[in-house]
Ligand binder design. Structure first.
Ligand SMILES: [Zn+2]
Length: 338
């Protein structure tokens, strides 16, 4: 994808878990699949699902509009969590997140013409009507191109709040902190030979891979931080890249090395989800990731689904009785950083 010259707003027609599964399904035939660059939840979290410069297939067949023929190739797609029914309003916090993200994207891509913030309904040749249901398009567009906006302030109104992480927190859950908070936390602490950019890349992988299977990436990152001493342990450094002591027993040289961080993060997250979800409850996406992860190292049957909540990891993943408390403490430290 070349630098996008337009932004396209959508509603998903669904809700969180199903949306993420749909939007992250691998595309065999682009014409039959959907993907999106961004996904913005009802509580204002922003996921970059299809990282620039990869292009997403979000607009289907489009008509030429404002001089642009192919809005998939040249438009940045933003999916907004909404069922598209009048019984499902857009919460204020979500609108603020949309405004914030569109302003950020418009600056990043140098989009100056308000016309180029458009809606799927404006360009679809397939009768798409999204975003529908009282979506305040005029307000959003006006604010996105205004010289200043309340969302420019560092205490952005869309910053997620919510409960602190405890040992009772569910592992399969929405993210409890934003990706940038986790990245900042790790980058600000010693991380061995990794550059800050590498640390941000690793955090981004966690957010993508965990979110795709409905797990809270914050908990996976916090566990990784605990297991690797903030990416400074020998086992987490290249060439081993082991994110969570997988197969590491303390016996000299015993443990698994991973060829790259995407593979490593998938092995970690898949293993974590295997602890969190019983076999009969797993979704197809979870099943696929778990299979991949357990191919690196099998999991005793007794551990499958033993940890729907953080506390279940204590005495199973690690012998340490305080293991869940320690993860929760790190997760809350990440949450409290802006
Ligand atoms: Zn759409």
């Amino acid at each position: 994808m070349r630098t996008p010259i337009g932004l396209v707003l959508h509603h998903t027609g669904g809700s969180f878990a199903g949306d993420l599964a749909t939007l992250t399904k691998p595309a065999k035939n682009p014409a039959n699949s959907v993907s999106s660059n961004d996904y913005i939840t009802k509580d204002g979290r922003i996921f970059e699902l299809c990282e620039y410069p990869k292009r997403a297939w979000h607009a289907g067949t489009t008509k030429a509009l404002h001089g642009l023929k192919d809005w998939n190739a040249h438009g940045w797609g933003i999916e907004i969590e909404n069922r598209g029914r009048s019984s499902d309003p857009y919460p204020r916090v979500q609108i603020e997140a949309v405004v914030w993200r569109c302003r950020e994207r418009r600056r990043r891509f140098g989009i100056t013409d308000p016309k180029m913030l458009t809606r799927h309904r404006d360009l679809s040749l397939e009768g798409k009507n999204d975003p529908w249901n009282n979506f305040p398009y005029d307000e959003v567009r006006r604010r996105v191109f205004a010289a200043q906006d309340p969302t420019d302030s560092p205490s952005t109104p869309h910053t997620p709040t919510g409960e602190n992480v405890t040992v009772s927190s569910l592992i399969v859950a929405r993210p409890r902190a934003e990706q940038r908070q986790a990245a900042r936390f790790l980058a600000a602490r010693p991380h061995g030979s990794y550059s800050d950019a590498a640390v941000r890349h690793i955090v981004r992988l966690y957010y993508a891979e965990a979110s795709a299977v409905g797990a809270d990436p914050l908990l996976a990152v916090a566990q990784m931080f605990l297991e690797t001493g903030g990416l400074s342990s020998t086992w987490s450094q290249p060439p081993r890249r082991n994110p969570a002591g997988i197969g590491v027993t303390g016996e000299t040289g015993k443990g698994i090395s991973f060829p790259n961080w995407r593979v490593a993060v998938r092995a970690h997250v898949g293993r974590l989800v295997a602890y969190a979800v019983r076999e009969r409850d797993e979704t197809p996406a979870q099943e696929a990731l778990i299979d991949e992860a357990l191919a690196w190292r099998p999991l005793p049957d007794a551990y499958r689904g033993v940890a729907p909540r953080l506390r279940g990891l204590a005495g199973t993943w690690a012998a340490d009785r305080e293991y869940a408390q320690k993860i929760a403490r790190i997760a809350n430290e990440i949450r409290s950083g802006g």
